[in-house]
Design a binder for this molecule. Structure first.
Ligand SMILES: CC(C)(COP(=O)(O)OP(=O)(O)OC[C@H]1O[C@@H](n2cnc3c(N)ncnc32)[C@H](O)[C@@H]1OP(=O)(O)O)[C@@H](O)C(=O)NCCC(=O)NCCS
Length: 316
């Protein structure tokens, strides 16, 4: 088990290619853009992490990033080829990186969402280290069904008090405020501490909109509902393209006082129309299993659970 910073992007490329194939097969996600970004970081040798070597061959890697007083365990992945099993190699890497993060001075929170790993995969290891586990769903719908289900050809009328418009680059602060209000006392703000402050929520949104880590942001399929009188944001739906055939809803949020009025359905209808126009075939999203209102909404819209994974959080 060696420090990740001994290795160059070139050395890790074959492993990341294998991982990209897995993302594509399991999650319909073209991971090459994300892995390119990751390789750039690896070459600058700043990421804490480990590489598992087996007789000189790279078998697996894991990495984290630090963000103020928080560490995010970004990934743990081992190749399926060889002995011991990928699971065992991943467990060994976790037994190194978890204490490293927990013992890092100034770090009082560690978060992780291992999207590729089925729920329960490494749960016991995280629980033993004091993490809380939050099961999450990766849901999938084909664009044609969403288009039909939301009457996207002829979307429901937008209430006159709201303006429906696309995302603009100046929307970060408005959207950050909505996220903080929308996720107040919500499980997702236990999972992602960025939802707790406007500054954090703006960072979260900036990452979605600017960086290809979570697909390529698609402003034409991303919608904002603005209250004409106050200028406040009533709701938003953000969408990124994750492969030539697939899109991912990265955020959906409605102001607390405006819920249960059909506004999510309205926004999703406009997303579906834009994705349909682009000729995309499927759309995915992630949702916390205990977020019953959102799960109910997505099921009503025709989404089904394709995969279940875990979010993990440790607090000092
Ligand atoms: C989940 C959320 C986006 C729903 O937005 P909304 O505008 O209230 O949803 P809609 O009014 O369009 O509801 C459409 C359907 O979703 C389901 N639904 C929405 N809220 C529900 C609730 N509280 N309980 C049960 N079902 C609910 C219903 O089937 C509803 O249809 P109906 O009203 O005809 O029964 C909103 O509650 C929200 O912003 N929550 C906080 C942020 C969040 O959790 N986002 C999702 C993250 S993945």
């Amino acid at each position: 088990m060696l420090d990740l910073r001994h290795f160059s992007a070139r050395q890790l490329q074959p492993l990341l290619q294998e991982e990209s194939r897995r993302w594509r097969q399991h999650l319909l996600w073209d991971y090459t853009q994300s892995s390119r970004l990751l390789l750039e970081y690896m070459d600058s040798r700043i990421l804490p992490g480990y590489v598992a070597l087996d007789h000189g061959q790279i078998r697996g890697y894991c990495f984290a990033v630090y963000e103020a007083n928080k560490a995010i365990l970004g990934d743990v992945f081992a190749s399926e080829t060889g002995e011991p099993s990928a699971f065992d190699v991943e467990e060994q890497m976790l037994s190194h990186i978890i204490p490293l993060l927990q013992e890092t001075p100034g770090i009082d929170r560690v978060e992780s969402q291992l999207l590729l790993h089925p729920s329960g995969d490494h749960t016991a290891t995280f629980e033993r280290a004091g993490f809380q586990i939050y099961p999450r769903l990766f849901m999938l719908c084909d664009v044609d069904s969403l288009y039909a289900c939301t009457s996207a050809e002829n979307p429901p009328p937008t209430p006159a008090k709201f303006e429906l418009r696309h995302w603009q680059s100046t929307d970060l602060a408005l959207a950050g405020e909505l996220i903080v209000r929308g996720y107040h006392d919500h499980t997702d703000s236990l999972i992602n501490s960025q939802y707790l402050s406007v500054h954090g929520a703006m960072r979260f949104l900036h990452n979605i909109v600017q960086f290809p880590g979570c697909g390529v942001f698609d402003p034409t399929a991303s919608w904002m509902l603005v209250d004409r009188a106050s200028g406040q944001l009533a709701g938003l739906a953000l969408c990124s393209i994750v492969s030539p055939e697939s899109a991912h809803i990265t955020q959906l949020c409605i102001a607390p006082e405006l819920r249960r009025m059909g506004l999510s359905r309205l926004l999703m209808s406009h997303c579906a129309a834009a994705l349909h126009r682009r000729g995309l075939r499927s759309v995915t999203l992630t949702v916390t299993e205990s977020n019953h209102s959102a799960v109910e909404l997505y099921q009503q819209l025709g989404f089904s659970t394709h995969h279940r994974f875990d979010a993990m959080v440790w607090l000092r």
